[in-house]
Write a protein that binds this ligand. Structure first.
Ligand SMILES: Nc1nc2c(ncn2[C@@H]2O[C@H](COP(=O)(O)OP(=O)(O)OP(=O)(O)O)[C@@H](O)[C@H]2O)c(=O)[nH]1
Ligand SMILES: [Zn+2]
Length: 371
């Protein structure tokens, strides 16, 4: 029936509910297995948990766990029995503050002893894994409080909760939404009077991305291109902690001077973790952790970006080969893997400051960037 939300629409509701602190219900069985179909969890984003909702979860009668990624578990010395994640049992007397202290590393150094933490090793973790992927896509901390329930469908119906069926296969749909062009308009810029901004919107209701086309690049030849990830602090505020602002402006100037080029402005703030989490990472960096360690302590990978989005936009615009302005070999590999041929990697070394020297050195040492 067309009145019923599609799985993608339902996914968006779930993402919004997680950001609100409203519980969602996930059921398994994407592969058609009866055993997995019977699996269900109800979960709430840890950073938004209230005492009342925690009590409601306890009243369901099952074991309440906090699912965290293996990176966060390692910091907390909790055993990640599920490989890439751990399900930490909530002690009976633990309240929302205890949960938040586990999810959020802000006070790790002030209160280092949080354990001993006991990880659950029985039962399946597929749905917890899906819930963590959803939390990342909602740009909240990757930590969810969850209870396994027997009839997820009935529970969701009874309480008017968003239900995600077949959620054990969620990670793929979260990452590969197709995009469609919305509008494009002329924009004269300092770097070039012949600028044009194109807006692309993903079909899954995720954030929009932009393409800035300069001049009239020849679609039959490799185009001078840049995949730029949003950096509010660097691009807008002129932060000295990174090199993003100078890279953005240097790339546009180079394209302006060449008379043609395309710069994708991808809304993947903070290497895909969102601005709030990036500021959490900055706060950890002030405690002495480097950019990679800070991401890990928060429970994220070093880099959560998906550059296939960039490839999809380039292909949609008719560009299948690029001369890519970057110092990041991972961008080259991702584009190549996604069907856009990188004929040349053009270094973009600008914006080194006393304040970002250590940051750039860490990216070179740990993330494979070329100095
Ligand atoms: N999580 C996190 N993100 C950061 C930090 N500093 C900068 N960023 C983000 O890192 C991204 C940098 O993007 P880019 O300049 O496109 O990428 P890059 O990997 O440095 O590659 P090239 O600049 O092409 O060499 C932006 O999304 C910034 O917001 C940090 O300390 N932590
Ligand atoms: Zn930056």
């Amino acid at each position: 029936m067309t009145l019923t939300p599609s799985p993608v629409e339902q996914l968006n509701r779930a993402r919004a509910d997680l950001r609100l602190g409203v519980p969602i219900v996930l059921t398994g069985g994407a592969g058609g297995e009866a055993q997995a179909q019977a699996q269900a969890i109800i979960c709430i984003a840890a950073e938004l948990l209230t005492a009342t909702r925690l009590q409601d979860l306890r009243d369901l009668g099952g074991e309440v766990v906090l699912a965290i990624t293996a990176h966060r578990a390692t910091t907390l010395k909790a055993r990640p029995y599920d490989g890439d994640l751990a399900r930490v049992a909530l002690p009976r007397d633990a309240g929302p503050d205890w949960v938040r202290a586990l999810a959020d590393p802000a006070d790790d150094l002030r209160y280092p002893m949080k354990g001993p933490l006991v990880s659950v090793r029985t039962g399946r973790a597929d749905l917890h894994r899906a819930a963590l992927a959803l939390a990342k896509s909602a740009q909240v901390l990757p930590a969810v409080v969850a209870v396994t329930v027997s009839d997820g469908g009935a529970l969701a119906l009874r309480h008017g909760l968003t239900l995600l069926r077949g959620a054990d296969a969620l990670s793929d749909s979260l990452r590969s939404a197709p995009l469609h062009p919305v509008i494009s308009a002329r924009l004269p810029m300092a770097a070039s009077a012949a600028g044009r901004v194109h807006i692309f919107r993903p079909d899954d209701g995720g954030v929009e991305h932009y393409a800035i086309e300069i001049g009239q690049p020849d679609r039959a030849a490799p185009v001078l291109a840049r995949l730029h990830s949003a950096c509010f602090t660097g691009d807008v505020l002129g932060s000295l902690k990174c090199d993003c602002g100078p890279q953005l402006h240097a790339a546009l100037s180079q394209m302006g001077a060449a008379g043609a080029g395309v710069l994708l402005y991808l809304n993947q703030e903070g290497r895909g973790i969102g601005l709030a989490n990036k500021m959490r990472a900055y706060s950890l960096q002030d405690q002495g952790f480097d950019t990679v360690e800070a991401n890990h302590r928060l429970g994220f990978e070093d880099d959560e970006r998906d550059f296939r989005i960039g490839a999809a936009i380039l292909l949609r615009m008719g560009f299948s080969a690029v001369r890519l302005l970057t110092n990041n070999p991972a961008k080259v590999a991702m584009l190549d893997g996604a069907g856009v041929r990188v004929v040349e990697s053009v270094p973009l070394r600008v914006g080194a400051t006393d304040q970002n020297r250590a940051y750039l050195a860490t990216k070179a040492a740990k993330s494979g960037h070329l100095l």
